[in-house]
Design a binder for this molecule. Structure first.
Ligand SMILES: Nc1ncnc2c1ncn2[C@@H]1O[C@H](COP(=O)(O)OP(=O)(O)OP(=O)(O)O)[C@@H](O)[C@H]1O
Ligand SMILES: [Mg+2]
Length: 363
């Protein structure tokens, strides 16, 4: 299967810039996810790729074939692009049977009847819906409709698969199950895939690489762990998972350690970090994920990064406790899978290991 390259893509709708100079490379056989808030340009990027939307500027390559170039007026029609797409709403046709829905892309390509029969059956088997072949979409569940849309996207064996929030209409449990099914199927076919979602967990599970987008721009790209553990700015840190920000200034940097003076309301203290990515004097957000704030009922041994605190709220989410602790008037979010003996309202201590304090610059 070929790789896909998008270069310097720009798409405007009137005075809205939906895509603002984006470069994306999807290596052969990999899944790259576009992740970002509503309106950041994810669907528009996919539609430009598929050829349903004409970009204003840029180039798109599939392998060594140039399929779109604004300067040379190259613009292959969607049917010639060899891409399968699952739309944000599945867009299965209500008046056609499951079989006919899946057969449709082959019929418009004028495939012979025998080939249509074989390929439709194979695609249905692949997603496990052979027994539904004669039903109408109104006679199957949402999850099954999703599979029909998926089978229709892969039936003509496209080189590239484009998936636009394919799980957004499903309930939480099915959504989680389908993530793994999509991943398994994608690996089995080895198809180069662009996946669009605003669900960060889905992006984490599915992606070889995640591109975090905002206002039509790619803000950060990296594998899921890099995006989570090394967010490059406040937007990414805040969008991916939950995080506490403590604004301050780097006071001291030595080998393997920084000290940040926190300047947040009444919370004026020093926090130690093993990150040394900024020089003395730099304004930063000392940033801590909730799972890295440890709650103790008595004073822990560690001197640094330990504060007396008040347990303001404790909620059991099933599988973990979600808490709010107050330190010098600043509220911090903490999470742990372990049982917390302290009650809401009680005095506790918090400790934050220096290795878990990320530093993110403030402009
Ligand atoms: N046909 C259109 N005409 C005018 N503006 C549009 C059109 N399509 C998209 N836009 C605008 O372009 C921007 C990007 O839209 P897009 O649909 O790509 O967002 P998205 O990231 O897919 O969002 P969502 O998560 O809500 O699906 C938005 O500001 C949107 O209002
Ligand atoms: Mg969209």
């Amino acid at each position: 299967m070929p790789d896909v390259r998008i270069e310097k893509l720009i798409k405007r709708f009137g005075n809205v810039t939906a895509i603002a100079d984006v470069d994306i490379h999807i290596p052969d056989g990999e899944i790259v996810t576009l992740l970002g808030p509503s309106g950041c340009g994810k669907t528009t990027t996919l539609r430009c790729l598929a050829g349903f939307e004409n970009a204003d500027e840029g180039q798109i390559w599939i392998g060594d074939q140039l399929i779109f170039d604004s300067k040379q007026n190259i613009n292959l029609s969607p049917q010639k692009r060899d891409m399968g797409m699952v739309f944000q709403s599945y867009a299965v046709w209500p008046h056609m049977s499951v079989f006919e829905n899946i057969a449709f892309p082959l019929r418009i390509r004028k495939a012979p009847r025998k080939e249509i029969d074989e390929k439709v059956i194979r695609a249905m088997k692949m997603v496990g819906i052979e027994e539904l072949k004669d039903r109408l979409p109104s006679e199957i569940s949402g999850g099954q409709q999703q599979r029909v849309a998926f089978a229709r996207a892969i039936v003509y064996e496209p080189a590239v698969l484009l998936l636009d929030e394919p799980l957004s209409n499903l309930d939480a449990k099915l959504r989680e199950q389908m993530r793994f099914e999509i991943l398994e199927l994608q690996r089995k076919i080895g198809i180069t895939t662009v996946y669009v979602t605003h669900d960060q967990e889905e992006a984490m599970v599915l992606s070889d690489e995640v591109l975090v987008m905002d206002f039509g721009k790619v803000i950060q790209r990296g594998d899921p762990e890099a995006i989570y553990f090394d967010p490059s700015n406040e937007f990414v840190a805040d969008f991916i998972g939950k995080i506490n920000f403590l604004p301050g200034t780097v006071k001291q940097v030595e080998e393997g350690a920084s000290v940040v003076g926190i300047e947040e309301g009444g919370f004026r203290s020093e926090i130690h970090s093993t990150r040394t990515n900024y020089p003395q004097g730099q304004k930063v957000l000392a940033s801590v994920r909730p799972e890295n704030i440890h709650i103790h009922t008595s004073k822990p041994d560690q001197e640094s990064n330990t504060w007396p605190a008040k347990l303001i709220r404790k909620n059991f989410l099933g599988g973990m406790f979600d808490m709010v602790v107050g330190v010098e008037g600043k509220e911090l979010r903490a999470r742990t899978p372990f049982k917390v003996e302290a009650k809401s309202g009680s005095e506790v201590f918090i400790h934050i290991p220096p290795k878990d304090v990320l530093l993110i610059h403030i402009n």
